[in-house]
Design a protein around this ligand. Structure first.
Ligand SMILES: [Zn+2]
Length: 541
Protein backbone atom coordinates (compact mmCIF):
# COMPACT_ATOMS: atom_id res chain seq x y z
CA UNK A 1 0.00 0.00 0.00
CA UNK A 2 1.15 3.46 -0.83
CA UNK A 3 0.59 4.79 2.66
CA UNK A 4 2.72 2.22 4.39
CA UNK A 5 5.42 2.55 1.74
CA UNK A 6 5.52 6.29 2.43
CA UNK A 7 5.61 5.76 6.15
CA UNK A 8 8.44 3.30 5.71
CA UNK A 9 10.51 5.69 3.67
CA UNK A 10 9.80 8.56 6.07
CA UNK A 11 10.97 6.34 8.84
CA UNK A 12 14.09 5.51 6.83
CA UNK A 13 14.72 9.19 6.29
CA UNK A 14 14.24 9.86 9.97
CA UNK A 15 16.62 7.09 10.95
CA UNK A 16 19.15 8.45 8.49
CA UNK A 17 18.81 11.94 9.95
CA UNK A 18 19.09 10.50 13.44
CA UNK A 19 22.26 8.66 12.46
CA UNK A 20 23.63 11.94 11.15
CA UNK A 21 22.91 13.56 14.52
CA UNK A 22 24.49 10.63 16.39
CA UNK A 23 27.67 11.04 14.34
CA UNK A 24 27.66 14.72 15.23
CA UNK A 25 27.20 13.94 18.93
CA UNK A 26 30.20 11.70 18.66
CA UNK A 27 32.48 14.38 17.43
CA UNK A 28 33.09 17.60 19.37
CA UNK A 29 35.25 18.66 16.42
CA UNK A 30 32.45 18.29 13.89
CA UNK A 31 30.10 20.16 16.21
CA UNK A 32 32.23 23.26 15.77
CA UNK A 33 31.50 23.40 12.04
CA UNK A 34 28.24 25.00 11.08
CA UNK A 35 27.73 23.01 7.89
CA UNK A 36 27.79 19.72 9.82
CA UNK A 37 24.74 20.88 11.75
CA UNK A 38 23.06 22.08 8.57
CA UNK A 39 23.47 18.71 6.90
CA UNK A 40 21.61 16.99 9.75
CA UNK A 41 19.01 19.76 9.93
CA UNK A 42 18.23 19.36 6.24
CA UNK A 43 17.75 15.63 6.73
CA UNK A 44 15.23 16.19 9.52
CA UNK A 45 13.49 18.87 7.44
CA UNK A 46 13.12 16.38 4.62
CA UNK A 47 11.26 13.98 6.90
CA UNK A 48 8.66 16.66 7.50
CA UNK A 49 8.54 17.89 3.91
CA UNK A 50 8.03 14.43 2.47
CA UNK A 51 4.67 14.08 4.16
CA UNK A 52 3.69 17.08 6.33
CA UNK A 53 0.69 15.25 7.72
CA UNK A 54 2.36 11.87 8.12
CA UNK A 55 3.24 10.16 11.40
CA UNK A 56 6.87 11.27 11.27
CA UNK A 57 6.26 14.91 10.37
CA UNK A 58 6.10 16.39 13.88
CA UNK A 59 9.12 14.36 14.98
CA UNK A 60 11.14 15.59 12.00
CA UNK A 61 10.13 19.18 12.57
CA UNK A 62 10.84 19.00 16.28
CA UNK A 63 14.32 17.69 15.68
CA UNK A 64 14.87 20.47 13.15
CA UNK A 65 14.07 23.00 15.86
CA UNK A 66 16.08 21.10 18.40
CA UNK A 67 19.20 21.04 16.24
CA UNK A 68 18.88 24.78 15.62
CA UNK A 69 18.67 25.18 19.37
CA UNK A 70 21.73 23.02 19.91
CA UNK A 71 23.62 24.87 17.20
CA UNK A 72 22.65 28.17 18.84
CA UNK A 73 24.18 26.84 22.05
CA UNK A 74 27.48 26.78 20.24
CA UNK A 75 27.16 29.65 17.76
CA UNK A 76 25.24 32.07 20.05
CA UNK A 77 23.95 33.54 16.77
CA UNK A 78 20.52 35.19 17.24
CA UNK A 79 19.46 33.91 13.81
CA UNK A 80 19.85 30.31 14.98
CA UNK A 81 17.80 31.03 18.06
CA UNK A 82 15.08 32.59 15.92
CA UNK A 83 15.03 29.58 13.57
CA UNK A 84 14.66 27.28 16.55
CA UNK A 85 11.77 29.28 17.99
CA UNK A 86 10.05 29.65 14.60
CA UNK A 87 10.32 25.91 13.96
CA UNK A 88 8.93 25.03 17.38
CA UNK A 89 6.15 27.54 16.80
CA UNK A 90 5.13 25.72 13.61
CA UNK A 91 4.66 22.57 15.68
CA UNK A 92 2.61 24.45 18.24
CA UNK A 93 0.39 25.85 15.48
CA UNK A 94 -0.02 22.75 13.36
CA UNK A 95 0.31 19.64 15.45
CA UNK A 96 -2.27 20.24 18.11
CA UNK A 97 -2.75 16.60 18.97
CA UNK A 98 0.84 15.46 18.77
CA UNK A 99 2.90 14.91 21.89
CA UNK A 100 5.41 17.24 20.24
CA UNK A 101 2.96 20.10 20.72
CA UNK A 102 3.73 20.27 24.43
CA UNK A 103 7.44 19.61 23.93
CA UNK A 104 7.61 22.47 21.44
CA UNK A 105 5.83 24.86 23.80
CA UNK A 106 8.25 23.94 26.58
CA UNK A 107 11.15 24.45 24.20
CA UNK A 108 9.94 27.94 23.27
CA UNK A 109 9.59 28.85 26.95
CA UNK A 110 13.05 27.50 27.53
CA UNK A 111 14.53 29.63 24.78
CA UNK A 112 12.61 32.71 25.85
CA UNK A 113 13.39 32.45 29.52
CA UNK A 114 17.08 31.94 29.59
CA UNK A 115 20.29 32.51 27.80
CA UNK A 116 21.71 29.31 26.44
CA UNK A 117 24.91 28.12 28.11
CA UNK A 118 28.00 27.79 25.97
CA UNK A 119 28.05 24.03 26.16
CA UNK A 120 24.90 24.08 24.14
CA UNK A 121 23.26 20.96 25.49
CA UNK A 122 19.94 21.56 27.03
CA UNK A 123 16.82 20.29 28.55
CA UNK A 124 14.37 17.69 27.47
CA UNK A 125 14.98 16.23 24.09
CA UNK A 126 12.29 14.54 22.07
CA UNK A 127 11.61 10.89 21.76
CA UNK A 128 12.91 10.19 18.26
CA UNK A 129 9.96 8.18 17.12
CA UNK A 130 6.42 9.25 16.37
CA UNK A 131 4.33 9.11 19.46
CA UNK A 132 1.41 6.83 19.51
CA UNK A 133 -0.86 6.12 22.37
CA UNK A 134 0.59 3.43 24.54
CA UNK A 135 -2.70 1.95 25.49
CA UNK A 136 -4.41 -0.34 23.03
CA UNK A 137 -6.87 1.49 20.87
CA UNK A 138 -9.74 -0.72 21.83
CA UNK A 139 -10.59 -2.93 24.69
CA UNK A 140 -10.93 -6.48 23.56
CA UNK A 141 -14.28 -7.92 24.46
CA UNK A 142 -13.77 -11.36 25.86
CA UNK A 143 -15.49 -13.72 28.16
CA UNK A 144 -15.90 -11.76 31.38
CA UNK A 145 -15.91 -14.82 33.60
CA UNK A 146 -12.48 -15.57 32.42
CA UNK A 147 -10.41 -15.67 35.53
CA UNK A 148 -8.08 -18.61 35.67
CA UNK A 149 -8.88 -21.80 37.45
CA UNK A 150 -6.20 -22.54 39.96
CA UNK A 151 -5.17 -26.03 39.21
CA UNK A 152 -1.86 -26.61 37.70
CA UNK A 153 -1.24 -30.01 36.23
CA UNK A 154 -2.03 -30.82 32.66
CA UNK A 155 0.66 -33.46 32.57
CA UNK A 156 1.06 -33.12 28.81
CA UNK A 157 4.41 -33.25 27.16
CA UNK A 158 5.57 -30.68 24.66
CA UNK A 159 3.96 -27.80 26.53
CA UNK A 160 5.85 -24.79 27.76
CA UNK A 161 6.24 -24.98 31.50
CA UNK A 162 5.49 -21.69 33.28
CA UNK A 163 8.11 -21.75 35.99
CA UNK A 164 7.89 -18.45 37.79
CA UNK A 165 5.91 -15.29 38.30
CA UNK A 166 7.95 -12.36 39.60
CA UNK A 167 6.95 -8.81 40.48
CA UNK A 168 8.87 -5.58 41.14
CA UNK A 169 6.92 -2.57 42.13
CA UNK A 170 6.91 0.98 43.40
CA UNK A 171 3.87 3.25 43.60
CA UNK A 172 4.27 4.39 40.04
CA UNK A 173 5.78 1.45 38.21
CA UNK A 174 5.28 -2.29 38.20
CA UNK A 175 7.13 -4.95 36.27
CA UNK A 176 5.70 -8.47 36.16
CA UNK A 177 7.82 -11.21 34.62
CA UNK A 178 6.47 -14.60 33.61
CA UNK A 179 9.22 -17.19 33.15
CA UNK A 180 8.83 -20.24 30.95
CA UNK A 181 11.11 -23.08 29.97
CA UNK A 182 10.15 -22.92 26.30
CA UNK A 183 9.12 -20.26 23.83
CA UNK A 184 5.41 -20.15 23.10
CA UNK A 185 2.68 -17.91 21.74
CA UNK A 186 0.80 -15.45 23.93
CA UNK A 187 -1.82 -12.74 23.63
CA UNK A 188 -2.80 -9.99 25.97
CA UNK A 189 -6.11 -8.28 26.58
CA UNK A 190 -7.43 -5.45 28.64
CA UNK A 191 -10.77 -6.09 30.28
CA UNK A 192 -13.02 -3.28 31.36
CA UNK A 193 -14.01 -2.82 34.91
CA UNK A 194 -17.22 -4.68 35.70
CA UNK A 195 -19.00 -3.00 38.63
CA UNK A 196 -21.91 -5.45 38.41
CA UNK A 197 -19.61 -8.36 39.17
CA UNK A 198 -17.44 -6.21 41.45
CA UNK A 199 -14.50 -6.82 39.12
CA UNK A 200 -11.75 -4.24 38.67
CA UNK A 201 -10.14 -3.51 35.34
CA UNK A 202 -7.96 -6.44 34.43
CA UNK A 203 -5.01 -6.92 32.17
CA UNK A 204 -4.39 -10.52 31.28
CA UNK A 205 -2.10 -12.62 29.18
CA UNK A 206 -3.09 -15.95 27.68
CA UNK A 207 -0.15 -18.21 27.08
CA UNK A 208 -0.86 -20.97 24.60
CA UNK A 209 0.57 -24.48 24.69
CA UNK A 210 1.55 -23.97 28.29
CA UNK A 211 1.10 -25.51 31.69
CA UNK A 212 1.56 -23.98 35.09
CA UNK A 213 4.58 -25.26 36.99
CA UNK A 214 3.76 -27.09 40.18
CA UNK A 215 5.87 -24.95 42.47
CA UNK A 216 5.02 -21.56 41.06
CA UNK A 217 3.77 -18.87 43.41
CA UNK A 218 0.50 -18.32 41.61
CA UNK A 219 -0.85 -15.38 43.57
CA UNK A 220 1.15 -12.28 44.41
CA UNK A 221 -0.30 -9.29 46.22
CA UNK A 222 1.19 -6.14 44.73
CA UNK A 223 -1.06 -3.41 46.08
CA UNK A 224 0.85 -0.41 44.75
CA UNK A 225 -1.01 2.47 43.13
CA UNK A 226 -1.31 0.52 39.90
CA UNK A 227 -1.97 -3.13 40.51
CA UNK A 228 -3.86 -4.93 43.23
CA UNK A 229 -2.48 -8.39 42.59
CA UNK A 230 -1.11 -10.71 39.96
CA UNK A 231 -2.12 -14.33 39.63
CA UNK A 232 -1.50 -17.22 37.30
CA UNK A 233 -3.66 -20.26 36.64
CA UNK A 234 -4.16 -23.15 34.27
CA UNK A 235 -6.92 -21.71 32.10
CA UNK A 236 -7.55 -24.62 29.77
CA UNK A 237 -5.75 -27.94 29.57
CA UNK A 238 -3.11 -26.41 27.38
CA UNK A 239 -3.14 -22.70 28.17
CA UNK A 240 -2.14 -20.56 31.13
CA UNK A 241 -3.68 -17.24 32.01
CA UNK A 242 -1.91 -14.56 34.03
CA UNK A 243 -4.15 -11.79 35.33
CA UNK A 244 -3.24 -8.44 36.86
CA UNK A 245 -6.04 -6.61 38.67
CA UNK A 246 -5.55 -2.98 37.80
CA UNK A 247 -6.21 -0.05 40.10
CA UNK A 248 -5.12 2.63 37.64
CA UNK A 249 -2.51 3.07 35.00
CA UNK A 250 -1.38 5.41 32.28
CA UNK A 251 0.32 2.98 29.98
CA UNK A 252 1.51 -0.55 29.79
CA UNK A 253 3.81 -2.51 27.57
CA UNK A 254 4.03 -6.25 27.13
CA UNK A 255 6.89 -7.96 25.35
CA UNK A 256 8.88 -11.17 25.42
CA UNK A 257 12.57 -11.97 25.60
CA UNK A 258 14.28 -15.16 24.51
CA UNK A 259 16.89 -17.52 25.96
CA UNK A 260 15.28 -18.18 28.37
CA UNK A 261 11.82 -17.26 27.20
CA UNK A 262 9.96 -14.80 29.40
CA UNK A 263 7.06 -12.41 29.07
CA UNK A 264 7.41 -8.98 30.61
CA UNK A 265 4.57 -6.67 31.56
CA UNK A 266 5.53 -3.09 32.44
CA UNK A 267 2.83 -0.84 33.88
CA UNK A 268 3.35 2.87 34.44
CA UNK A 269 1.35 5.27 36.53
CA UNK A 270 -0.04 8.55 35.38
CA UNK A 271 2.53 10.87 36.82
CA UNK A 272 6.12 9.83 36.27
CA UNK A 273 7.43 13.33 37.09
CA UNK A 274 5.92 13.33 40.53
CA UNK A 275 8.02 10.41 41.60
CA UNK A 276 9.37 10.40 45.07
CA UNK A 277 13.01 11.41 44.84
CA UNK A 278 15.82 12.33 47.12
CA UNK A 279 16.39 16.07 47.42
CA UNK A 280 19.09 17.34 45.12
CA UNK A 281 22.24 18.37 46.86
CA UNK A 282 25.19 18.94 44.66
CA UNK A 283 28.59 19.95 45.92
CA UNK A 284 29.49 23.53 45.27
CA UNK A 285 31.03 24.60 42.03
CA UNK A 286 33.57 27.37 41.78
CA UNK A 287 31.58 29.22 39.16
CA UNK A 288 28.81 31.47 40.21
CA UNK A 289 25.89 32.72 38.25
CA UNK A 290 22.39 33.79 39.02
CA UNK A 291 19.44 31.48 38.69
CA UNK A 292 16.47 32.93 36.94
CA UNK A 293 13.18 32.23 38.67
CA UNK A 294 11.79 30.75 35.45
CA UNK A 295 14.35 28.00 35.58
CA UNK A 296 13.00 26.59 38.78
CA UNK A 297 10.71 24.03 37.21
CA UNK A 298 13.47 22.84 34.99
CA UNK A 299 15.85 22.42 37.85
CA UNK A 300 13.32 20.47 39.76
CA UNK A 301 12.45 18.16 36.94
CA UNK A 302 15.97 17.59 35.73
CA UNK A 303 17.90 17.15 38.90
CA UNK A 304 19.94 14.02 39.29
CA UNK A 305 19.69 12.74 42.81
CA UNK A 306 20.10 9.02 42.31
CA UNK A 307 22.38 7.13 39.98
CA UNK A 308 21.97 3.40 39.35
CA UNK A 309 25.17 1.54 38.49
CA UNK A 310 24.81 -1.90 37.02
CA UNK A 311 27.89 -4.12 37.17
CA UNK A 312 27.31 -6.51 34.25
CA UNK A 313 26.84 -10.26 34.78
CA UNK A 314 27.51 -12.00 38.12
CA UNK A 315 27.15 -15.37 39.80
CA UNK A 316 26.66 -18.21 37.32
CA UNK A 317 26.86 -15.66 34.49
CA UNK A 318 30.57 -14.93 34.35
CA UNK A 319 30.31 -12.66 31.30
CA UNK A 320 33.15 -12.71 28.83
CA UNK A 321 36.31 -14.62 29.75
CA UNK A 322 39.57 -12.72 29.75
CA UNK A 323 42.49 -13.72 27.58
CA UNK A 324 44.33 -14.07 30.90
CA UNK A 325 43.13 -17.29 32.59
CA UNK A 326 40.83 -16.80 35.56
CA UNK A 327 39.81 -13.25 34.60
CA UNK A 328 36.07 -12.77 34.12
CA UNK A 329 33.99 -9.82 33.09
CA UNK A 330 31.70 -10.13 36.14
CA UNK A 331 34.55 -9.43 38.59
CA UNK A 332 35.94 -6.47 36.66
CA UNK A 333 32.56 -4.79 36.24
CA UNK A 334 31.87 -5.04 39.98
CA UNK A 335 35.28 -3.63 40.87
CA UNK A 336 34.79 -0.66 38.54
CA UNK A 337 31.24 -0.03 39.75
CA UNK A 338 32.33 0.00 43.40
CA UNK A 339 35.07 2.53 42.66
CA UNK A 340 32.68 4.66 40.65
CA UNK A 341 30.05 4.51 43.39
CA UNK A 342 32.48 5.95 45.95
CA UNK A 343 33.64 8.67 43.59
CA UNK A 344 30.15 9.80 42.59
CA UNK A 345 28.99 9.85 46.19
CA UNK A 346 32.03 11.81 47.29
CA UNK A 347 32.01 14.32 44.45
CA UNK A 348 28.42 14.81 43.35
CA UNK A 349 26.69 13.95 46.58
CA UNK A 350 24.20 11.83 44.65
CA UNK A 351 22.87 8.63 46.04
CA UNK A 352 24.34 5.70 44.11
CA UNK A 353 22.68 2.31 44.06
CA UNK A 354 24.36 -0.80 42.66
CA UNK A 355 22.07 -3.40 41.10
CA UNK A 356 24.41 -5.96 42.68
CA UNK A 357 27.20 -5.52 45.20
CA UNK A 358 28.40 -9.10 45.36
CA UNK A 359 28.97 -12.04 43.05
CA UNK A 360 25.31 -12.89 42.50
CA UNK A 361 23.31 -13.66 39.40
CA UNK A 362 20.74 -11.08 38.32
CA UNK A 363 18.62 -11.41 35.20
CA UNK A 364 18.76 -8.54 32.73
CA UNK A 365 15.12 -7.58 33.18
CA UNK A 366 15.60 -7.52 36.94
CA UNK A 367 18.35 -4.94 36.61
CA UNK A 368 16.02 -2.60 34.71
CA UNK A 369 13.26 -3.31 37.21
CA UNK A 370 15.59 -2.29 40.04
CA UNK A 371 16.54 0.93 38.24
CA UNK A 372 12.88 1.80 37.68
CA UNK A 373 11.55 0.85 41.10
CA UNK A 374 14.39 2.71 42.81
CA UNK A 375 13.48 5.79 40.76
CA UNK A 376 16.96 6.19 39.37
CA UNK A 377 17.73 9.37 37.46
CA UNK A 378 20.57 7.83 35.45
CA UNK A 379 21.33 4.20 34.67
CA UNK A 380 24.82 3.05 33.73
CA UNK A 381 25.48 -0.59 32.91
CA UNK A 382 29.18 -1.46 33.02
CA UNK A 383 30.71 -4.18 30.83
CA UNK A 384 33.88 -5.34 29.18
CA UNK A 385 33.93 -6.08 25.48
CA UNK A 386 35.11 -9.28 23.81
CA UNK A 387 35.83 -10.41 20.28
CA UNK A 388 37.14 -13.53 18.58
CA UNK A 389 39.87 -11.43 17.12
CA UNK A 390 42.29 -10.90 20.01
CA UNK A 391 43.70 -7.78 18.41
CA UNK A 392 40.37 -5.94 18.71
CA UNK A 393 40.47 -3.20 21.35
CA UNK A 394 38.88 0.11 22.29
CA UNK A 395 36.09 1.75 24.22
CA UNK A 396 32.47 2.19 23.14
CA UNK A 397 29.25 3.37 24.75
CA UNK A 398 25.76 2.22 23.77
CA UNK A 399 22.26 3.50 24.14
CA UNK A 400 19.04 1.71 23.29
CA UNK A 401 17.98 1.97 19.68
CA UNK A 402 17.93 0.06 16.42
CA UNK A 403 21.39 -1.26 15.73
CA UNK A 404 22.84 0.16 12.57
CA UNK A 405 26.04 -1.81 12.28
CA UNK A 406 26.93 -5.49 12.37
CA UNK A 407 29.43 -5.16 15.19
CA UNK A 408 26.83 -3.53 17.40
CA UNK A 409 24.47 -6.45 16.74
CA UNK A 410 27.21 -8.88 17.75
CA UNK A 411 27.85 -6.99 20.97
CA UNK A 412 24.12 -6.89 21.78
CA UNK A 413 23.77 -10.61 21.04
CA UNK A 414 26.64 -11.37 23.41
CA UNK A 415 25.43 -9.10 26.20
CA UNK A 416 21.86 -10.35 25.81
CA UNK A 417 23.15 -13.94 25.81
CA UNK A 418 21.13 -14.57 22.71
CA UNK A 419 21.58 -15.03 18.97
CA UNK A 420 21.96 -12.35 16.32
CA UNK A 421 18.74 -13.75 14.85
CA UNK A 422 16.92 -12.88 18.08
CA UNK A 423 18.38 -9.39 17.89
CA UNK A 424 16.93 -8.99 14.40
CA UNK A 425 13.54 -10.14 15.67
CA UNK A 426 13.78 -7.67 18.51
CA UNK A 427 14.68 -4.84 16.12
CA UNK A 428 11.33 -5.21 14.41
CA UNK A 429 9.38 -4.51 17.60
CA UNK A 430 11.85 -2.10 19.13
CA UNK A 431 10.19 1.14 18.08
CA UNK A 432 7.14 0.04 19.97
CA UNK A 433 9.19 -0.69 23.08
CA UNK A 434 11.05 2.59 22.99
CA UNK A 435 8.10 4.88 23.44
CA UNK A 436 8.73 5.43 27.12
CA UNK A 437 12.47 5.47 26.73
CA UNK A 438 14.50 8.64 27.01
CA UNK A 439 16.36 7.99 23.81
CA UNK A 440 17.78 11.42 23.16
CA UNK A 441 18.82 12.04 26.73
CA UNK A 442 20.45 8.62 26.64
CA UNK A 443 22.30 9.40 23.43
CA UNK A 444 23.63 12.60 24.97
CA UNK A 445 24.64 10.83 28.19
CA UNK A 446 26.39 8.19 26.04
CA UNK A 447 28.26 10.81 24.04
CA UNK A 448 29.28 12.80 27.11
CA UNK A 449 30.53 9.76 29.00
CA UNK A 450 32.26 8.26 25.96
CA UNK A 451 34.09 11.50 25.22
CA UNK A 452 35.08 12.00 28.85
CA UNK A 453 36.38 8.44 29.21
CA UNK A 454 38.42 8.57 26.04
CA UNK A 455 39.94 11.98 26.65
CA UNK A 456 40.75 11.29 30.31
CA UNK A 457 42.41 7.94 29.57
CA UNK A 458 44.17 9.17 26.46
CA UNK A 459 46.79 11.19 28.30
CA UNK A 460 47.40 8.43 30.85
CA UNK A 461 47.57 5.22 28.80
CA UNK A 462 48.77 4.55 25.31
CA UNK A 463 46.66 3.06 22.50
CA UNK A 464 43.28 4.25 23.78
CA UNK A 465 40.87 3.76 20.90
CA UNK A 466 37.61 5.67 20.67
CA UNK A 467 35.08 3.31 19.10
CA UNK A 468 32.41 5.95 19.61
CA UNK A 469 28.77 5.98 20.62
CA UNK A 470 26.68 3.18 19.20
CA UNK A 471 23.14 1.93 19.47
CA UNK A 472 21.72 -1.53 19.83
CA UNK A 473 18.79 -3.26 21.48
CA UNK A 474 20.17 -4.34 24.83
CA UNK A 475 17.73 -6.23 27.02
CA UNK A 476 19.09 -4.50 30.11
CA UNK A 477 18.11 -1.09 28.72
CA UNK A 478 14.60 -2.11 27.58
CA UNK A 479 11.94 -0.31 29.59
CA UNK A 480 14.37 1.81 31.58
CA UNK A 481 12.65 5.08 32.38
CA UNK A 482 15.72 7.22 32.87
CA UNK A 483 18.61 8.15 30.57
CA UNK A 484 20.44 4.83 30.27
CA UNK A 485 23.68 3.67 28.75
CA UNK A 486 25.81 0.57 28.51
CA UNK A 487 29.54 1.15 28.62
CA UNK A 488 31.98 -1.36 27.10
CA UNK A 489 35.03 -0.26 29.05
CA UNK A 490 37.72 -2.19 27.13
CA UNK A 491 38.29 -5.58 25.47
CA UNK A 492 38.87 -8.35 27.99
CA UNK A 493 39.83 -10.54 25.02
CA UNK A 494 42.78 -8.31 24.20
CA UNK A 495 46.03 -8.93 26.08
CA UNK A 496 46.92 -5.28 26.75
CA UNK A 497 43.40 -4.22 27.71
CA UNK A 498 42.81 -7.32 29.85
CA UNK A 499 45.98 -6.49 31.79
CA UNK A 500 44.67 -2.98 32.27
CA UNK A 501 41.21 -4.06 33.33
CA UNK A 502 42.60 -6.04 36.25
CA UNK A 503 44.92 -3.26 37.36
CA UNK A 504 43.65 -1.00 40.17
CA UNK A 505 45.28 1.94 38.45
CA UNK A 506 43.28 1.58 35.23
CA UNK A 507 40.09 0.78 37.10
CA UNK A 508 40.55 3.93 39.15
CA UNK A 509 41.20 6.19 36.17
CA UNK A 510 38.28 4.60 34.36
CA UNK A 511 36.01 5.38 37.31
CA UNK A 512 37.37 8.94 37.40
CA UNK A 513 36.64 9.36 33.72
CA UNK A 514 33.06 8.08 33.96
CA UNK A 515 32.54 10.44 36.90
CA UNK A 516 33.76 13.35 34.76
CA UNK A 517 31.27 12.37 32.05
CA UNK A 518 28.36 12.06 34.48
CA UNK A 519 29.19 15.40 36.07
CA UNK A 520 29.37 17.10 32.69
CA UNK A 521 26.08 15.55 31.65
CA UNK A 522 24.38 16.87 34.79
CA UNK A 523 25.94 20.28 34.33
CA UNK A 524 24.94 20.49 30.67
CA UNK A 525 21.42 19.38 31.48
CA UNK A 526 21.03 21.77 34.33
CA UNK A 527 23.72 24.44 34.55
CA UNK A 528 22.29 25.68 37.84
CA UNK A 529 22.53 22.33 39.60
CA UNK A 530 25.93 22.97 41.09
CA UNK A 531 25.49 26.69 41.63
CA UNK A 532 22.34 26.10 43.57
CA UNK A 533 24.14 24.20 46.28
CA UNK A 534 26.70 26.89 46.72
CA UNK A 535 24.08 29.53 47.26
CA UNK A 536 22.62 27.34 49.97
CA UNK A 537 19.19 27.24 48.43
CA UNK A 538 17.21 24.09 48.64
CA UNK A 539 14.67 22.92 46.16
CA UNK A 540 13.06 20.34 48.31
CA UNK A 541 9.53 19.74 47.24
ZN1 LIG B 1 28.84 -7.86 29.47
Amino acid sequence: MAISADAASEKDLYMEADACYTRLLNSPEKQKMRHNWQICIQKFQKVHQMNPSGPWAAAGLYMTGFLYEEMYGISQAPADRKEAIDTYQRIVNRFLKSSYHKKARIAIERLNSKSVPKSGHLDTKPEPLPQTVLQPTKETPVDPVSDPVMNGDSGSNGLSNITDLRVWSNPNYTRIVIDADKETVFQHHLLKQDPALDKPQRLYIDIEQAKLGKHIQNFITVNDNLIQDARAGQYTLDSVRVVADIKSFKAYKIFSLKNPFKIIMDVWGSDPDQREKPAPSFKADKKTSKIKPGDLARQLSLRVGRVILDPGHGGKDKGASGIIPGVYEKDITLAIARRLQKKIQATLDCEVILTRNSDVYLSLEERTAIANTKNGDLFISIHTNAAHNATAYGIETYFLNLATDEDAILVAARENATSTKNISDLQSILSDLMQNAKINESSRLAATVQNAVVSHLNGRFNSIKNKGVKKAPFYVLLGAQMPSILLETAFISNERECQRLISPEYQDHLADSILIGVEKYIRDTNPAAFVERQRGTSNKL
